[in-house]
Structures are given as C-alpha cells and as structure tokens.
Write a protein that binds this ligand. Structure first.
Ligand code: ADP
Ligand code: CKP
Ligand code: MG
Length: 305
C-alpha cells in the first residue's frame, strides 16, 4: 500500500479537564494515514508512506518511529516548515469525550504536493490510500491525492471529515468530486460523515455504493458493517476499558485493508478489524496497540471462552 498524508505528533493529556490546567502530556506518533500504515504492516504487508515532516526533532522522531514499525519511510521528504502537532484534551467541555486541538497550519505535512507523488512508485502499488484530512490541509496536498488516485485504479479512502479543517460544504464538494472522478475499491466512513456528504437521507449506503466496491460503515462502540456485492455483514463491537478513542477508526481501516490484501474473506477481515479497533481504544496513542493476527486471535479465543 502507498499512503499519502500528514504525520502528526500527538500530545495526549494525562489528566482530564481544560488544557490550560494540564501539566503532563504523553507524546505519540500519529496522523491518520500513518496509523493506517502501521496497522497495515502489523498484519503482514508492506506500506510506503508519502509525505513531508519538518527537519526538526519531531520530524526525526516520526521517521525513526515509523521505520522501527516497518513502514517504508524512504519517500518521506524533509521540509523547512515545522512538523505539525496536536493535543488531545479529555473530558472537557463534554465528560467522557475528547477533543483534538491542532497546531498544524503551514506545517511541513501540509506542504505535500503533486511533485512528491512518484508516478512509477504509485503505479506499482497494490493499493493507494488517503483520507479527507489530506484533502483538507492544503490545496497542494489535495492535488497530490488527486494525482495519486489518477495513477492507480485500486484506491481506498477514509472520509475522516474534520470540521476544524474545513467547512461541511467544502468537505462535501471536494470528497464527492474525488469519488466521482476516481471511484474507490474501499470506502471507509461513518453515518456522521455520510450525512455531510449526502445530506439527510434515510439510507446512505445505496448512494455511497455508486462510488465504491466495498463500503465500511463504522458504528462507534457498536462495531461496524461492511457492504459489498449486494451483501451486508455486521461485526459487533466489544465492551473494553476505554482510555482514548482517537485512532480507533484507522486501526479498523488499516487492519481491514491489510487482511483483504492478504486474501482474507471480507467478512472475516472486518471481524478481525473490529478487534483491532477495540484494542486500540484501551490505550493512549494511536499506534502502540495495533495488533498482529496472533494478538487478534488470542483476543477472540479468550473473549469467546
Ligand atoms: P472513528 O474513530 O474513525 O470516528 P469510530 O468511532 O466508529 O471511528 O470507531 C471505530 C471502531 O472502533 C468502531 O467500529 C469500534 O469497533 C471501535 N470503537 C470505537 N469506540 C469504541 C468504544 N467506546 N468501545 C469499544 N470499541 C470502540
Ligand atoms: O479517525 P481516527 O480517530 O482513527 O483518526 C485519528 C487521527 O490524523 C489522529 O492521529 C489525528 O492526528 C488525525 O486523525 C487528525 O488529523 O485528526
Ligand atoms: Mg476516523
């Protein structure tokens, strides 16, 4: 897989409440497409990351970490702008909910541009992946995604609409244009994003299936459903101790894509992917608890017993 996006450094608050009173943060490497890559690699397949980091401590941190996880970082470029960061604030202003607070405007990652997209590399991939975040961070990053999607017909896309990065109107216009021009093999979304893309419709599945072969609809703690070839399969979620839900969607998506790439049947791939996302919410950080097949099977054996 080739994934295009922005790697971010995550600073996860160790105590609840408004950030102005939080003194301790835990640092993690994150960013949706990087999370997808690590999940993809954990399940036994190769992933090349296309993007930019700052020539700063956080940029080196990100590259060394991802290299250590087995991601191919040889196409990541250093940029003179700083590596983007974000904080996770928890239980404020809404109890039991967290909020991502970005410091990423003008970041190295947002300087991704079409010249960074190596044509022969993208053409040679089994799958090219990106998300709505990369479409939103800058014009040049958006153009890079359009270029990469024009070079390879096997595409996957996670809508990941972040309303801090663009308006619902802009998200709708841009994502629908991408999907119309470059329909995907795998579309990963949820009902909130689908409503932004389609407006209030009774059933978003049918209209979305016009743009994808396989649709994954995430349902938060309940689990997720997959739609393909006129069929539907629901994988139920698991009740686990929740520490941090950020990154759960990427764990699910990256695990699913890697397993189907390895030849798993779609339904079994989703059952396993939901386990991956359940494990992900039990820790802070998006990448540290991404499981191997053995981890997933151990979970399933013990949870069933
Ligand atoms: P995203 O993080 O992309 O918004 P979701 O919130 O739907 O996506 O989460 C993705 C998956 O993570 C869900 O389908 C579910 O399997 C798992 N998950 C999310 N929240 C919880 C939770 N509170 N408890 C257990 N599993 C969860
Ligand atoms: O949809 P998820 O919760 O799985 O996505 C989490 C990531 O890239 C997180 O790492 C953060 O950096 C981001 O999404 C983002 O830009 O919001
Ligand atoms: Mg998501």
């Amino acid at each position: 897989m080739i994934a295009l996006g922005e790697i971010l450094i995550e600073l996860n608050a160790l105590s609840p409440g408004p950030l102005r009173h939080v003194s301790y943060f835990e640092k993690h490497v994150a960013g949706s497409e990087a999370n997808y890559c690590v999940a993809f690699v954990r399940l036994g397949n190769n992933c090349v990351y296309l993007g930019r980091v700052g020539e700063d401590e956080f940029g080196h941190n990100a590259i060394e970490w991802l290299r250590g996880k087995g991601v191919d970082v040889s196409h990541i470029k250093f940029d003179s702008s700083p590596t983007g960061i974000f904080f996770i604030q928890r239980d404020y202003p809404v109890p039991s909910q967290s909020e991502s607070i970005y410091y990423r405007k003008g970041s190295a990652g947002s300087n991704l541009n079409p010249d960074d997209v190596d044509e022969s590399l993208v053409k040679s991939a089994n799958l090219v992946h990106s998300t709505g975040i990369t479409l939103a961070i800058s014009e040049t990053a958006k153009e890079a995604v359009f270029k990469a999607f024009s070079l390879n017909e096997v595409r996957s896309f996670d809508t990941n609409i972040r309303l801090k990065l663009w308006t619902p109107e802009k998200a709708r216009e841009t994502i629908m244009r991408l999907l119309k021009v470059h329909p995907v093999k795998y579309l990963i979304t949820d009902r909130e994003d689908a409503e932004i893309l389609l407006g209030k419709v009774e059933d978003p599945v049918k209209p979305l299936m016009e743009y994808t072969d396989v649709l994954i609809m995430k349902e938060g703690p309940h689990g997720a459903s997959v739609y393909y070839e006129g069929r539907k399969h629901f994988s139920h979620g698991y009740s686990v101790p929740v520490r941090d839900v950020v990154g759960a969607g990427d764990a699910l998506g990256g695990t699913f894509l890697s397993l189907v790439t390895s030849g798993f049947p779609i339904e079994k791939a989703l059952d396993y992917a939901v386990v991956s996302s359940a494990l992900n919410v039990t820790i802070r950080g998006d990448q540290e608890n991404l499981p191997s097949i053995k981890d997933i099977e151990t979970f399933l054996e013990r949870v069933r017993n």
